[in-house]
Design a protein. Structure first.
Length: 397
């Protein structure tokens, strides 16, 4: 239902509490901003809508640094258009003035393209009885509207729709078994055949909460595409950025080497692999162990926590109970102990040899730091001799 035929309110563009879209139409690019513009689009509106969320995704994006939100808003990122952020949590305007931004987008009155970012799961309003989930203003006839309704009304003409966080991408915690809200992700809500005005399916940036820089990096890539300065970034079959979610946590984990050698932590606070404490990293697609949470700092395994699979569509049900050892660990960890233990010992023999210079062969090391002097055993010496002989056959090849 639309309010397009109702009388429209009048706003002063110089009023700081007027709709962002109204005030933006009078804004003139600064010399610094104009000098960084490298495409046809001067600005773009980012309409942020929220469903069943904890606002953690908003917090994550505010903490992003690559690029930071404030530089996007100021138009100071080379090649990217200035972003006019329409967010219910940070907008100066409220009430009817805020929803007027959405109505202008629906009526096609914005002076630039718009993106939709949806945070939180999409509740089924038929489950709300006589009430309504996450109301967002009223039409001019006094009828209450919801975020879900605005998503339905604005998605067809959006340049792109981005679902941020696992709740928005897959349904997340509100969609867990036993919920009474009928929660789903944006992709389920808009359905398989949805395409934006530019032919882009729903883009998903999962995580609970997601890494803020994952969102900003993806958004920047999409904006460069809209500017005609690059191809649409590569996404997998679930709409996730391939370069971010194409690898598992385990492959980039600083503790992964311990798994390879069959060494596992027995308690939190130990430095070894956390698989036997309940970590799902070997199967979960996420880059947090490499990228960190905020500005390269933190991240679950980096600070001693396990991976509970929060970026995956099966979260939380298929990863519960949290902190329990994954069923597959019995096979994988046992195999790693057997073969990894052998590899670890062989590496130890080689490492011992490489810690001795040619001048120290058969002698004590000339270090005053050594508490005791150790020399290779006869069997180790034989292995070293054979190893070097083989190594020397490669010289000149």
């Amino acid at each position: 239902m639309s309010d397009m035929g109702a009388a429209r309110p009048s706003y002063d563009p110089q009023d700081p509490f007027a709709p962002t879209a109204v005030r933006s139409m009078l804004q003139i690019a600064s010399p610094a901003e104009a000098g960084l513009r490298m495409g046809p689009i001067e600005k773009i509106y980012l309409i942020w809508l929220a469903g069943g969320s904890c606002d953690g995704c908003t917090v994550a994006v505010v903490a992003a640094t690559q690029p930071p939100v404030e530089k996007l808003i100021a138009g100071l990122v080379p090649g990217l258009p200035r972003v006019e952020l329409i967010h219910p949590g940070v907008a100066l305007e409220a009430g009817a003035a805020f929803t007027e931004n959405l109505a202008m987008a629906e009526r096609g009155e914005l002076d630039a393209p718009y993106l939709i970012v949806w945070e939180g799961s999409v509740f089924e309003n038929d489950s709300s009885g006589e009430g309504a989930f996450y109301r967002l203003g009223q039409d001019r006839d006094g009828r209450t509207t919801s975020s879900t309704e605005w998503l339905s009304r604005l998605a067809p003409n959006a340049a792109a729709v981005v679902a941020i966080g696992s709740c928005a991408a897959w349904g997340g915690i509100p969609a867990a078994q036993g919920n009474v809200t009928g929660s789903v992700g944006v992709m389920d809500f808009l359905e398989r055949d949805y395409r934006s005005a530019l032919g882009v399916p729903v883009v998903n940036i999962p995580g609970c909460s997601p890494v803020g820089d994952n969102f900003m990096e993806t958004a920047a890539g999409v904006l460069l595409f809209l500017q005609g300065m690059g191809p649409l970034p590569e996404f997998d079959e679930l709409g996730r950025p391939v370069w971010i979610f194409g690898e598992t946590v385990h492959r980039r984990c600083p503790r992964g080497g311990y798994y390879e050698e069959g060494i596992f932590a027995e308690a939190y606070g130990e430095k070894e692999c956390l698989v036997e404490l309940g970590c799902w990293g070997p199967v979960v697609q996420c880059n947090i162990s490499e990228r960190g949470m905020v500005n390269g700092i933190g991240g679950c395994m980096n600070i001693g926590g396990i991976c509970i699979g929060c970026t995956m569509p099966g979260f939380p049900d298929k990863f519960a109970p949290f902190y329990a050892v994954p069923p597959g660990t019995l096979v994988s960890a046992t195999t790693s102990r057997v073969f990894g233990g052998f590899i670890r010992r062989m590496r130890g023999v080689t490492q011992q040899d490489k810690n001795i210079t040619g001048r120290w062969e058969g002698k004590d090391k000339p270090s005053g730091w050594a508490r005791f002097q150790s020399r290779p055993t006869k069997s180790a010496k034989l292995v070293h001799k054979l190893y070097r002989a083989y190594q020397n056959t490669k010289i000149g090849n």
